[in-house]
Design a protein around this ligand. Structure first.
Ligand code: UDP
Length: 256
């Protein structure tokens, strides 16, 4: 596809103007960042794999009646999505204590939670995406009460569906991050699940070995990032052909 107008470049994706008004092309990069972009690197082939994994999961969610921005994958690194105004919140759903919650509350990583927890963070890199309460969201008008209810209910449904998808392939869904956007139509404003769902935005642990199959391999310098992302794609049945059989040979994560 010829180069379109670039709208935005993020840490892991570039957004271009789409072919029709109200559409966007989402281009998946190999760039990886952690700790609010203090750690930078690249995971070779990550963009191709995340494009496939995200396509697969959004397809299932759409099939289960969850409205998303996803329209179709257009090539190895790009997908066509509906243009939305991103709600400035990161919605984190947790099933097992890990990461920032373990650190903040002193709860050992791997401790199962008695019920799924939904957290809200303000999407603001300069502030380090701080954890906020629903009261902050409402008081500062980042989302309406109705939107917040819909976001919470949808996040919990996505958790149920994704927990099932991953349990079936021997993976425990520890936690994940979602983003939502407002899509303007002739009939009004529709809230859509947006961004991506991939090993960049989820914690996946192998059920048998507890091995991490997600971005924590990069964050924590564990090595084997490419193989872990490929393994998730392989188990979901969406590993791109060119990645099949090479076991990551010749491609590796590179720190910067
Ligand atoms: N997460 C994300 N983007 C962020 C912050 C978190 O995709 O900017 C995901 C992360 O991959 C994990 C979940 O949200 O699956 C919870 O992350 P946590 O709050 O534990 O933060 P971290 O330990 O990654 O700093």
């Amino acid at each position: 596809m010829s180069r379109r107008r670039q709208i935005y470049e993020g840490k892991a994706k570039i957004l271009y103007e789409g072919p029709e008004p109200g559409t966007i092309i989402q281009y998946f990069k190999d760039d990886a960042t952690a700790f609010n972009a203090q750690k930078k690197g690249s995971i070779s082939g990550k963009g191709v794999i995340n494009n496939r994994i995200s396509e697969h999961i959004y397809g299932i969610l759409e099939g289960m009646g969850i409205p998303t921005h996803f329209i179709k994958r257009v090539n190895m690194r790009e997908q066509l999505v509906k243009k939305v105004d991103i709600v400035p919140l990161e919605i984190i759903v947790r099933n097992v204590a890990a990461g920032s919650m373990s650190k903040r509350l002193g709860i050992e990583e791997g401790t199962p939670l008695s019920r799924a927890i939904v957290e809200f963070c303000l999407k603001d890199d300069a502030l380090g995406d701080p954890l906020i309460a629903e009261e902050h969201v409402l008081a500062f008008g980042w989302a309406s009460e109705e939107e917040l209810d819909e976001i919470t209910a949808t996040a919990l449904r996505v958790n149920d569906i994704m927990s099932g998808i991953f349990a079936a392939i021997g993976i425990k869904l520890i936690d994940f991050k979602l983003e939502f956007g407002r899509h303007y139509t002739d009939d009004g404003i529709e809230l859509l699940l947006a961004d991506e769902i991939s090993p960049d935005s989820c914690r996946f642990w192998d059920i048998k070995t507890m091995e991490k199959l997600d971005k924590d391999r990069f964050r924590r310098d564990l090595g084997g990032e490419v193989e872990a992302y490929q393994e998730v794609a392989r188990r979901l049945g969406v590993l791109p052909e060119e990645a099949e059989g090479n076991n990551g040979a010749g491609i590796k994560a590179v720190g910067k």
